[in-house]
Design a protein around this ligand. Structure first.
Ligand SMILES: [Zn+2]
Length: 66
């Protein structure tokens, strides 16, 4: 009876510990977003990932569809 209770408490403490560590990891490092570099289009002023832009005649970054 006593051992079951200790095990139950241990499992609950472990779950809380894992949950807190996961929450801390989320706030510290948002997945995927830190690596995307946003650049501003020189023509229309929209921010978009650098991979979706191209250089214009003056070496400024513009949307790929211009
Ligand atoms: Zn643009």
């Amino acid at each position: 009876m006593g051992l079951t209770r200790v095990l139950l408490i241990a499992v609950v403490v472990w779950l809380v510990f894992v949950f807190i560590r996961r929450q801390l990891g989320k706030t510290r490092r948002p997945p995927g977003q830190a690596q995307v570099k946003l650049v501003r289009c020189a023509r229309c002023g929209v921010y978009l990932p650098e991979s979706e832009t191209k250089p214009d005649a003056h070496q400024a970054r513009i949307c790929a569809h211009h």
